[in-house]
Design a protein around this ligand. Structure first.
Ligand code: SAH
Ligand code: SF4
Length: 361
């Protein structure tokens, strides 16, 4: 039987007018050629969009007045619109974006002293069906386009007033399974790392997967690629399969093998995310098995206390248990951090603000 993630996720419907926002340099080149302009104008428009982050054609003063008027008349410049922003006491802001077809996704802006980290969505909903995850309960609605992925970054930076030169980290830990939307993800990666635009270094971009081994192998074969994080969340096949259906297809052994053959650069580690569900994944035995798993390749562990949401049936772990597991890992020399869910007071992890129809409804 085919699993829901074996079928490609639906793509966005065709737009009625061309939209320049989020296109890559080559696409802008052809858009401009179609308007009878030389292709290199695409580069000028690209840097206006991604480096200056201009939002209106009249700001493109390095183009002729005639061309600006033409663009105004024929080409949209519409970034995903932020329809809800919830600042949290910890300084982070959770945003709900509305896409052109009315679908909603979430992203989080997290400022730190030395950088800003943006948490991005890759799909509307998700096909993977993890039982503890609000997005998983929606089912898959559609892939985000590369432009919509890039658009979340630009819209959040514009909304928050980003200072030029401040390092940006991107994590694909919002809604969706990024490796189930591989082509659009990698197209967005090219645009976001393009030196003529935001020029985000690839090592500052992390893609988190639930364990789609086919996608992990594809990513490993790319010469330019983001870093990899795996949502482990279970240390025996029985436990992991109970909360992550993907484990029934690619079990822990298959995952360890895929991570073992993933070609790492020197100093690079794979992040193992581990959600702590009280009484389900937070046992000390789990901690010991987690150590054994993490020793099989260069890894670091990120413990994530469960972020409760209505009707999930799971609870967050006790503080004492979080510290005990943290100690256990660091005593085993596994680099470990605890993700204090930013934005917890504003409905927490991604997928919890947006309300979409549930699967089957
Ligand atoms: N689909 C990808 C990326 C998005 S989910 C993946 O699963 O890796 C990002 C992370 O959030 C994953 O590690 C997932 O296990 C975790 N997560 C999902 N729901 C959560 C919740 N309610 N509380 C804490 N972490 C959660
Ligand atoms: Fe999808 Fe990740 Fe949620 Fe699982 S945890 S349902 S893969 S978004």
């Amino acid at each position: 039987m085919l699993a829901p993630w074996d079928a490609p996720a639906p793509e966005a419907g065709p737009a009625s007018r061309p939209n320049a926002a989020g296109l890559c340099r080559a696409e802008l080149g052809s858009l401009l050629t179609d308007l009878g302009e030389p292709g290199w104008r695409g580069k000028q428009v690209f840097s206006g969009l991604l480096r200056q982050r201009w939002t209106r054609w009249e700001q493109f003063t390095h183009l002729s007045k005639a061309l600006r008027t033409r663009l105004e008349a024929e080409v949209d410049l519409a970034w995903p619109s932020i329809v809800q922003s919830q600042p949290s006491a910890d300084g982070s802001t959770k945003h709900v974006f509305e896409l052109l077809d009315g679908r909603q996704i979430e992203g989080v802006h997290m400022p730190y002293e030395d950088r800003v980290t943006l948490c991005l969505s890759s799909q509307v909903g998700c096909a993977m069906g993890c039982t503890f995850c609000a997005t998983g309960q929606m089912g898959i609605i559609r892939n985000l386009t590369a432009a919509e992925i890039v658009g979340q970054v630009v819209a959040m930076l514009n909304h928050q007033g980003h200072a030029e030169g401040r390092p940006i980290n991107l994590v694909f830990m919002g809604m969706g399974e990024p490796l189930h939307n591989f082509d659009n993800l990698m197209a967005a990666f090219e645009t976001l790392t393009d030196p003529e635009g935001l020029a985000i270094p690839p090592r500052r971009i992390t893609v988190s997967t639930s364990g789609l081994v086919s996608g992990i192998d594809r990513l490993g074969a790319c010469t330019r690629r983001p870093r990899l994080a795996l949502s482990l969340n279970g240390t025996t096949d029985a436990h992991r399969s109970a909360i992550m259906p993907v484990n029934r297809v690619w079990n822990l052994e298959a995952l360890a093998a895929a991570l073992g053959r993933f070609p790492l650069q020197s100093g690079e580690r794979i992040t193992l995310e581990y959600v702590l569900l009280k009484g389900v994944t937070d046992g000390l035995e789990d901690g010991r098995r987690l150590v054994a798993f993490a020793r099989r390749f260069p890894a670091k562990v990120n413990l994530i206390p469960f972020n409760p949401h209505e009707g999930s049936g799971f609870e967050p772990p006790e503080e004492a248990r979080i510290s005990a597991l943290c100690r256990l890992l660091s005593e085993a020399d596994i680099p470990v951090s605890v993700r204090r869910s930013r934005g917890q007071d504003v409905a927490g992890a991604c997928g919890q603000l947006v309300r979409q129809p549930r699967r089957g409804s």
